[in-house]
Ligand binder design. Sequence first.
Ligand SMILES: Cc1cc2nc3c(=O)[nH]c(=O)nc-3n(C[C@H](O)[C@H](O)[C@H](O)COP(=O)(O)OP(=O)(O)OC[C@H]3O[C@@H](n4cnc5c(N)ncnc54)[C@H](O)[C@@H]3O)c2cc1C
Length: 350
Amino acid sequence: MVVIGAGQAGLSSAYHLRRAGFEPERDFVVLDHSPRPGGAWQFRWPSLTYGKVHGMHSLPGMELTGADPARPSSEVIAAYFASYEEMFDLRVRRPVDVRAVREGGGGRLLVETSDGTWSTRALINATGTWDRPFWPRYPGQETFRGRQLHTAIYPGPEAFRGQRVIVVGGGASGTQHLMEIAPYAAATTWVTRRPPVYNEGPFDENLGRAAVALVDERVRAGLPPQSVVSVTGLPLNDAIRQARADGVLDRLPMFDRITPSGLEWDDGRRVDADVILWATGFRPAIEHLAPLKLRGPGGGIQAEDTRVVADPRIHLVGYGPSASTIGANRAGHAAVRDIKRLLAEAPVAV
Ligand SMILES: Cc1cc2nc3c(=O)[nH]c(=O)nc-3n(C[C@H](O)[C@H](O)[C@H](O)COP(=O)(O)OP(=O)(O)OC[C@H]3O[C@@H](n4cnc5c(N)ncnc54)[C@H](O)[C@@H]3O)c2cc1C
């Protein structure tokens, strides 16, 4: 078996494979193209401290306890994942880049990588979204004389000292960037496609479950998944209340064009800027599955729980409804249960 990705989803899957009696390297391999343990967390900006991430669930079988809330999450989680891999002897192979997965014949898939090809009867794809930032295109974008960057390479707020910054995007990252940057920047402007939806109620399990159910419905219908957060709205906490009162979250609708000096709207409005920060989210990093032609007419990969409907050898873990730390934990378990059943029905080498 092959697990692609060693973030929350891949490690949870590997843990459950071990618990089900499969041995690393003999029965399964975990491949990851990042240089170190930590999944996408290792790349997140230093000002995203552990105290600022909410609802980060530990991996199964080993709690993350006593972490200093002032330490960057990138360090806390990278260290935790490294101990986890060691504790359960998961033997992640890195850096190994999976370039393509193809039909191998005889019920097998071929996983082509930077380090050779694996042949497998079952594949757990746990490649997250971080490697595929979504960067929309707008007229005039290439003419902008300032700097443009995406959340994926956001360096933290100090880099914007004294600058006029436009943040595009109405999600959690966009609001967090604005609240961090505003005290340093000369001016900030927020632009979003839709008016932001604030969630006044408690951000509790019921809301989380309802959001997951909505994304699950989309994936079952073969539509591209939305992120779970995009359907829960923005939590109206004290920091957001304060930022709204300070005018940091006054939002403008989408502009009509980008000019060399900033943004313009057809109604004559314009905003000059030094930086455009695109907080426009990410898409599933699944290009390596393209040769299998799993996408249906709805534009997404239809899946039931984690199993791909068009090809039950493949499980998508951390995808759509399971794209959260708790979702990834559960999905890893579900995928392994399903693979065990599949192998029990046709017990040949994996
Ligand atoms: C800023 C931010 C804050 C967040 N905060 C929270 C939070 O507080 N709570 C929460 O539940 N969720 C949070 N999330 C979502 C959370 O990060 C994810 O749900 C979860 O951590 C993703 O785990 P994953 O294993 O699916 O993906 P990742 O952590 O992205 O791991 C995927 C792994 O796959 C590897 N990979 C990708 N493509 C390939 C390839 N072709 N070949 C080999 N390896 C590959 C990558 O190197 C990576 O290590 C946050 C997300 C962001 C962006």
